[in-house]
Design a protein around this ligand. Structure first.
Ligand SMILES: [Zn+2]
Length: 143
């Protein structure tokens, strides 16, 4: 079997795998993630039962949290698969080798730092656009 990510040592790969498995464990064992219904009940008890708005916000937050964890869990599984395939740390965009330091900070990294920065710049650009739109709407509202 060919090892494409030979630039990572076995020890480095094992370290990354341990990180990924630990994160996976943490998500799977999170009560809120595991038993969303029970999580809601326990939290709702602490709240004013009449305050439906805040309950809805709580439910929305829990849902957002679960979606985010679910998303991350998928990324973890994908990275674990990459370890088996020997392609972990290979940028999906340009095929460059992602540094071990970057992988340690973010074991699910799919892009090298250059491609990531490019992607983030595009993201920021979009965010700025929608923010200035919000500001414009607010200015119209205060007139
Ligand atoms: Zn790249």
């Amino acid at each position: 079997m060919t090892r494409e990510n030979a630039y990572l040592t076995d020890k480095q790969i094992k370290t990354l795998k341990d990180c990924l498995l630990a994160d996976k464990e943490r998500i799977i064992n999170n009560d809120n993630f595991k038993n969303p219904e029970q999580g809601h009940l326990a939290k709702d008890e602490l709240m004013d039962p009449l305050d439906e708005a805040s309950i809805n916000i709580q439910v929305a937050n829990d849902l957002r949290f679960r979606n985010r964890e679910n998303f991350y869990l998928k990324k973890i599984n994908k990275s674990l698969r990459k370890i088996d395939e020997g392609t972990l740390g290979i940028c999906e965009d340009c095929g460059a080798e992602i540094t071990f330091e970057r992988l340690m900070a973010r074991p699910t990294a799919e892009l090298c730092i250059n491609c990531k920065e490019e992607a983030e710049m595009n993201e920021k650009h979009n965010l700025k656009r929608s923010k200035s739109l919000g500001k414009t709407l607010m200015e119209i509202g205060t007139r």
